[in-house]
Design a protein around this ligand. Structure first.
Ligand code: GAL
Length: 385
């Protein structure tokens, strides 16, 4: 045997001998690296979760190394798990498009916070996500949709758009349902109103009435009656919209409300407990963590009442260095929900961590406290503080 092949063979042998079988996890360790069943840190940031036929699916942004990892070079990755601790890489559920810079999903676009829901009527898995067109920063503020016959995909991309074009929100007085004089020309983005303007003066949803409402951070929520909702940060991130979807879940149904006007809330996550709707959100400080917000309502159409920061204890004012992405109901366990947040690492996006913590339901509100390690038995034993 030539010496070179012999070398290759023996180094293969050595690595085979050294390779450890991936550890089986039986607890959550918030903030630590979380290897999948191949031993690779899970790559599914800004995630969304789906429970279907006994399996949980985790969809998230596949990030790459460095700052460029904040853009999408791969797409949406999917993992599956039966126990919520051990996750199998199921591959890329929705791929970005490498060779066509004009495509909505051109590699290098921004594709964030994918969420998947199952439509029992059509038998389709429907994905929604936040899309920013390549080279345009966060200006496009669109949502995108994709569909698949299987949970893991691959998903077929459908379209991207600003939702609710030509539709007035339900909960605004008629005097605000009018185009603005001059102010509609103002372009601004992100964390606050331009100086000297009030939210009422800007009336951003009226500026965007024709072209559709801005849609950035988002989630989906399916209610017990099968109706699904798209909840998105709109109006330059100043105000959240809750928008009903059509029966096939593929488009806005033409009915939506504005909530928390001028409160600059992002990263919405919704869950329902004992017939009441709860929302968790962040403030608006980009990748940097801030104090979370929470709110409750008896009807998804409001009125919504703010409940303040649900986090308690050290680093509660920074949401334990995380930002909400989902609140996951645990199948088959009563009153059991998991807070799921991202600990972003914008300098090396692939190394973002996941913060999973139990949601404590108490006195018509909810709380989140830090735990270094915990497992699902936390919910049975009621080891609640
Ligand atoms: C965050 C948002 C993330 C991402 C980031 C970009 O506030 O929640 O999804 O868009 O800003 O700075």
């Amino acid at each position: 045997m030539p010496a070179a092949s012999c070398c290759v063979l023996s180094s293969l042998l050595v690595s085979a001998l050294l390779a450890q079988p991936p550890a089986v996890h039986n607890e959550f360790r918030p903030g630590e690296r979380w290897p999948d069943t191949d031993g690779v840190h899970i790559n599914a940031h800004g995630g969304g979760f789906l429970y279907h036929n006994g399996t949980y699916y985790w969809f998230g942004e596949h990030k790459v190394e460095g700052r460029r990892g904040n853009n999408a070079w791969v797409g949406v990755r999917c993992y599956s798990s039966k126990d919520l601790y051990n996750w199998k890489n199921e591959g890329v559920a929705l791929a970005v498009v490498p060779d066509n810079p004009a495509h909505d999903l051109a590699a290098g676009c921004i594709l964030e916070r994918p969420k998947v829901i199952y439509n029992a009527k059509t038998g389709k898995f429907v994905m929604w996500f936040h899309l920013e067109l390549k080279g345009q920063g966060y200006r496009a503020a669109r949502c995108g949709t994709a569909v698949s016959d299987t949970p893991t995909g691959p998903y077929t991309y459908l379209r991207s758009f600003r939702p609710n074009a030509g539709v007035w929100p339900e909960n605004v007085p008629d005097e605000r349902k009018k185009p603005l004089d001059g102010i509609e020309k103002i372009r601004f983005s992100g964390g606050g109103l331009p100086e000297g303007y009030t939210i009422e003066q800007l009336n951003i949803f009226a500026r965007d009435f024709e072209g559709g409402q801005m849609s950035r951070d988002m989630t989906l929520f399916v209610d017990d009656d099968g109706r699904a909702y798209h909840i998105y940060a709109s109006e330059e991130n100043s105000t959240l919209h809750i928008s009903l979807l059509t029966e096939d879940y593929l488009a806005p149904a033409g009915r939506y409300i504005r909530v928390f006007e001028g409160r600059y809330m992002e990263a919405p996550a919704m869950f329902k407990h004992n017939g009441r709707y709860f929302l968790m959100m962040s403030g608006c400080t980009g990748w940097a963590p801030n104090a979370a917000r929470s709110a409750v309502a008896d009807s998804i159409w409001g009125p919504w009442k703010e409940l303040g920061n649900p986090c308690i204890g050290e680093n509660a004012d920074k949401t334990f260095f995380s930002q909400s992405t989902y609140i996951l109901p645990i199948h088959g366990k009563k009153d059991a929900f998991i807070y799921i947040g991202d600990r972003w690492n914008p300098e090396n996006a692939i190394d973002g961590r996941y913060i999973w913590l139990p949601v404590i339901l108490r006195d018509g509100r909810f709380e989140i406290r830090w735990l270094d390690r915990w497992s699902l038995s936390w919910f049975d034993k009621k080891e609640q503080p």
